[in-house]
Design a protein around this ligand. Structure first.
Ligand SMILES: [Zn+2]
Length: 466
């Protein structure tokens, strides 16, 4: 931000701070995009930007940006046995057609939609490494840099996680349609080094690594990748999304995937286990104790027919979790949390399930706060809290758009999660920049035009249609 830009501090009637809700909160931030002071029970200054309600935005801990280009196109039944695996074939056809410019246009549109939905940080689990013919790009980081460029256009925080992908399944070589995904520990180390060199000092970009899955990456390669990676970088993995991968893992490795990972790898706070959907009780307890984050993607997991994450047992044992938009079929923070809670109600035939046993309180408040905490950890995110020293990210809400007048504290979160179709966000601040104003992204028209052009071109290549 230019030093000549006048920074307007914020005065919120109510704000969700790290220790709960407070009234009359003044939030000040600097030209580097970080909060300098956040204090409750203040008086507004004449130059302050006055808002009704301020909340910390949600990090999205799991996204595949390119899949935004098939949102709504995979809901036609072609076979009574349609499943995750037939959806994956459709997704591969799309993946084969995407070049860096197309990816940039799709991702920029996605990130505009994410910001409007109330996300200001996204962990991008990236595996489109090579050109469509399977040859490496001259610049190995070509595709992830296009994604990061898109994030920069939109003004969203990016945790780039290039993925290790070496096998089609346990012990099987990559299939022709997976040739774009081919990568090695050394390749990933080079990509991470390139990105880090270009974005050192940029508070909106950090890097980690993804291990596509145990079916796509073996133990030796995972250990080598961890050895080459900076010691504090986030590590994400798809772990147990489908029963077939659990069965294949038992057949090949002799253990269930989460059990194998916890036995063999140093799983701790750096780790995020995405789709830990199919765990037995012992795995659930051990993951909860590990300090790692369970990456839950309720809308996508429902859309793909994955199954139910053992949420209540996991939360009872102190497990950490966050949410991700994954396939990006729909960007909606409220609906991710609502789907998670309603799934548990339908299974248990009881209400208000998300809280640990014996604990009472607001379900919406609990879900939002815990997903915020887990997502912040999983992304290695410098925001996530309205507090001095954190990246200056926040969402403002107009109290007239809540479900009822006069709501206060966590009843606001219950209104947001259960009684609004989407979070009724007015403005979004990310890294000290107001990127959404009155519900509109500052570059939404230009980015939508590019997206429209990219999708029209993509869909004119009929073979790329899912
Ligand atoms: Zn995924």
């Amino acid at each position: 931000m230019s030093p000549s830009v006048q920074i307007q501090n914020i005065f919120a009637g109510q704000a969700l701070l790290p220790d709960g809700w407070h009234d009359n909160v003044r939030l000040c931030f600097d030209g580097d995009g970080f909060f300098t002071t956040v204090q409750a029970d203040q008086k507004p200054q004449p130059e302050d930007r006055r808002v009704d309600i301020a909340i910390p935005p949600m990090p999205g801990l799991h996204s595949h940006a390119f899949q935004r280009a098939m949102a709504g196109l995979t809901e036609t039944r072609h076979n009574p046995a349609d499943s995750f695996w037939s959806w994956r074939e459709q997704m591969y056809r799309l993946a084969a057609a995407i070049d860096p410019d197309t990816l940039r246009a799709i991702a920029a549109q996605l990130y505009v939609e994410m910001l409007r939905a109330g996300y200001t940080q996204v962990a991008e689990f990236h595996y489109l490494h090579r050109a469509p013919d399977g040859q490496p790009y001259a610049q190995p980081a070509e595709m992830p840099l296009a994604v990061i460029d898109a994030a920069g256009q939109a003004g969203i925080g990016m945790t780039m996680l290039p993925a290790l992908y070496r096998h089609a399944g346990f012990g099987r070589p990559l299939a022709p349609e997976q040739r774009r995904f081919a990568s090695s520990p050394e390749f990933l180390a080079r990509v991470v080094t390139d990105i880090t060199a270009r974005h050192t000092g940029n508070p909106l970009v950090n890097t980690g690594v993804a291990l596509h899955s145990l079916r796509a990456a073996d133990g030796g390669d995972i250990r080598e990748t961890l050895r080459l990676l900076p010691g504090d970088a986030p590590v994400h993995i798809h772990i147990a999304e489908q029963m077939k991968e659990v069965e294949d893992c038992i057949a090949f490795l002799g253990r269930r995937p989460v059990a194998w990972l916890l036995d063999e790898m140093p799983v701790d706070e750096r780790w995020c286990l995405v789709h830990a959907t199919h765990m037995d009780h012992d795995e659930t307890m051990r993951l909860a104790r590990s300090g790692a984050v369970a990456g839950i993607c309720p809308i996508t997991e429902a859309n793909l027919g994955d199954g139910f994450f053992p949420f209540m047992d996991y939360v009872d044992a102190g497990g950490r979790f966050g949410i991700g938009s994954d396939s990006n079929v729909l960007l909606n923070v409220a609906e991710e949390l609502r789907t998670l809670e309603y799934g548990q109600r339908l299974i248990s035939q009881k209400r208000c399930r998300a809280l640990p046993s014996g604990q009472t309180g607001s379900v919406g408040g609990y879900l939002y706060a815990q997903a915020l905490r887990g997502g912040t950890q999983a992304c290695g995110h410098t925001g996530g809290l309205l507090a001095a020293g954190r990246r200056a990210d926040l969402c403002t809400l107009d109290s007239r758009n809540l479900s009822l007048p006069g709501l206060r504290g966590d009843t606001i979160m219950d209104s947001l999660v259960f009684a609004r179709a989407t979070l009724p966000i007015s403005d979004v601040l990310c890294g000290g920049q107001w990127v959404v104003r009155e519900g509109h992204h500052i570059h939404e028209e230009r980015i939508a035009t590019e997206f429209h052009r990219a999708i029209t071109t993509l869909h004119s290549q009929r073979s790329s249609l899912p």
